[in-house]
Write a protein that binds this ligand. Sequence first.
Ligand code: ADP
Length: 254
Amino acid sequence: EEEYREIAPLLRRIQSQNEQLKQDQKEIEKAALIRQEFTANVSHELKTPLHAISGYAELLENEMVKEEDIKPFASKIRGESSRMTKLVEDIIDLTRLDNGGDEMKWEDCDLYRIAENAVDSLEVAATALGVEVTVDGSDATTRAIPQLIYSIVYNLCDNAIKYNHSGGSVQVRVQQTSYNIVLSVKDTGIGIPEESRERIFERFYRVDKSRSKEVGGTGLGLSIVKHAVIIHNGKIEVKSKLGEGTEMIVTIPK
Ligand code: ADP
């Protein structure tokens, strides 16, 4: 009995280490599966525009395109190429985030100014779609990774413009509370169905695949946003009404 009393804690430790190992193994298997799925998706997403581009090029090469169709064909090739470029850029961003954003620098930065910059770079796209974007708030300085904050606002605002109606609007707001900075992007767009609200943050998930492609989406924007928010120890909340609009609210601790 005495011997047992001596080895009992040891046995318990071995048992708990065993459980931990099993758990780790499961996590590793899950991560491998996610990576495999991601690679398959990426290949598929890259192949589609490539096939389209080579198809159009082949028709042009064989002079099978009427004079008046040459320009629209060229536009299609350009459209598919820029979709591929966007996809490659998003994949690079995601890979950096997967590595924990280690090489990214934390700095004291003003989130309001960053939001303004992100909105500025979307102004042409917004005007083209007939969507008005406004930014309000005031200085909101905290320690953060500026390029990730830019990426958060850019992607949310880009979606708010893309999934909107002509004549619609987008309101970007930066507010400070005692402990947090709240970034919100509110649109008057198509809204997100209840059952999709969790899934939109998954890589390559789209509510309406053809609409996403039509507006130049990659299906990666919100997974980049989610990652960037997590790195800042923040959270993101979705409020949406079908046919009325969506509000994305990001809270980042100061
Ligand atoms: P995408 O490149 O397709 O826009 P995202 O990851 O940014 O990919 O978003 C995933 C999906 O979530 C989109 O395809 C779209 O269906 C939906 N979505 C995102 N933002 C909005 C929004 N503001 N209004 C309506 N739907 C949205």
